[in-house]
Design a binder for this molecule. Sequence first.
Ligand code: GLN
Ligand code: ZN
Length: 775
Amino acid sequence: MTGEVMTVSVATLGFPRIGPRRELKTALERHWSGKASGAELLDVAATLRGKAWAMQKALGADIVPSNDFSFYDHVLDTSAMVGAIPAAYGWQGGTVDLDTYFAMARGAQGEAHHDCGAGCTHKAIDVPAAEMTKWFDTNYHYLVPEFSGGQRFALSSTKVIDEYLEAKAQGVVTRPVLLGPVTFLKLGKVDAAQRAALLPGLLAVYLEVLSRLAAAGAGWVQIDEPCLVLDLDDADRALLTEAYAVLAAQAPAAKLMLTTYFGGLGDNLATALSLPVAGLHLDLVRAPGQLDLVLSRAPASLLLSLGIIDGRNVWRADLENLARRLAPVAAQRDIVVAPSCSLLHCPVDLAQETAIDPEIARWLAFAVQKIEELSVLARALNEGRDAVADQLAASTEAAEARRTSPRIHDPAVAARLAAATPAMARRRSDFAARRGLQAEALGLPAFPTTTIGSFPQTEAVRKARAAHGKGALSDADYDDFLRAETARTVSWQEQIGLDVLVHGEFERNDMVQYFGEQLSGFVFTKHGWVQSYGSRCVRPPILFGDVSRPQAMTVGWWRYAQGLTQRPMKGMLTGPVTILNWSFVRDDISRELACRQLALAIRDEVADLEQAGARIIQIDEAALREGLPLRRGDWQGYLDWAVESFRLTASGVADATQIHTHMCYSEFNDIIAAIGAMDADVISIETARSKMELLGAFADYRYPAEIGPGVYDIHSPRVPPVEEMLALLDAARARLSPDQLWVNPDCGLKTRKWPETEAALINMVAAAQAARAQA
Ligand code: GLN
Ligand code: ZN
């Protein structure tokens, strides 16, 4: 100890870019539809950035990021920065322009210019968007980097430098954020050998960026390497070692804050600590235990940034507790306190939520509030707890109120869970025995046809819902409207010859929200939007308390729809795992426990549907796969309780009642045993785009039950011809027994329009009939 006073500073790693009222979404969509010029878009973006910087400063952040803003995605920004632009986008080098950038993000279709005269180089362009996938275990999606054969990198966007200077001109000295070179390569479509080959060229661009930033005045740079929380092999670790050795040797002026999040360093800790960087950020929300280990091993010269406020959830922190925990650390060394990860994954500002029950609002903190919390915490550590006694007391009281609130703890739910037996998660008989009873009860033809649930949510449907929400349309009128839509859809399905019908889900705003609103234990925000991809945002429900189902949620609509037809009408439910994975969840009980509560609540709905006469009940688990933990070693634990929750939901029914499930993806190879263990009678999956290849997983596993591999892609308005769907069915038949197969689209039809839906389903029924004729 030198006797000098240690200081605690506050950093943020990234702020929501979409704006408190989704201003960026509006501006982007206006621009894309031709209603706003590029200049107007740039202007909105600059205003949002300026406000975010000023606000974070005002809230007490000492270290404020720049380049956390993006017009679409920060991984795409990185591809643009280094000039990794596939040839198909027609980019000629130089600076990547906004049109090229958006073409990669969204695809582009345009006409050739016919009147440019001789020598015109404009070409007709028709390119699909780059592939998009989930950012680690979040619901944010990034554009997958693509590298060409002889990929050469060159600085092709100065966005990071421009935004640093832009903030500086406004009096805010920022810490620019870069996605680290190794994580960037790991996110790309390349193998280990290619990554190693690409690294030196990539580093040359990073070096240029770092030296330009240093010249512009940046003291620190945040360099994100979240790949450090994944399972890495020796080649990956060697890549990290090489990358940071080069950056340290050749860009010595830039102080790097190596930033990790979404988990602990685990077996990568030694690697992380060996890298020649000036600072290391740790996620202490997901992995609190790593602090002691890092403290015992980190050199005194390494500045530690402690991510102690949850950047992935909406709960207010217990500051007194945190202050006590961090005081001994802060007495030893300078530290930075920060959110666990970028605040990109949080809603912007709780102050906008005037309609949330105040008792519950008091337990919450969104991005703005989280920075305030950090600033109180830093003051407590720097100036002593007395300096912020009131704020600490308020935080303690809120934490205490939440811990003990009867709104959260429902003894009836606890008692029910305690009484749940393993037998409740087992069907009475195995599939082989159920199958005959179901066939008898349902009397379906071979290759039975059905859809996944929703039918087009037309302008009229959305308008009626909005009007009803505002009170402009009475309950009775709204109900009449929904009944008319449902009746029309049911009779149309009958008319075109579908075998198993759905009611169309017109009454549902969203497959999770609809249930959340009827279950106790959830609250909803008005402005709690979180970016999902590009201009798309989601508003996850907040699961705050024990879950129960005060009354039946879907039985009325099911009964009405079944009353219109003799054919089987599916009861449609969202499963517990999906509700959990698409919500902000409690941090005071385990995900597993919260999921079991949801399972019991949905189980009651299954029972009520069966009681009302439903012979088929579909329980969608669209998000089961995306709940997989980042580390392979944690998969089985998750799959065990996720599958058990599904079974607890589904297993209360008679053998003759057919349980369907649906999943919006097709990669099953690595989870097929868990899918089998779900013991659904029928599963529908997304396979049209992969040409049924992925059914191989089911074939290899000898999946015993029935499968509806989607025969057409609902993400596109394109109407597939009969032969195309028939060819897919043939491909499916080559892998599975014909009597296992159902015929259905890839997913629900709510984003489609009626004309294409009608044409596609008519073709689908024809394809099924042709398949039957061949059998
Ligand atoms: N039943 C839902 C629907 O058809 C399923 C949606 C989904 O899987 N994402 O819309
Ligand atoms: Zn789906």
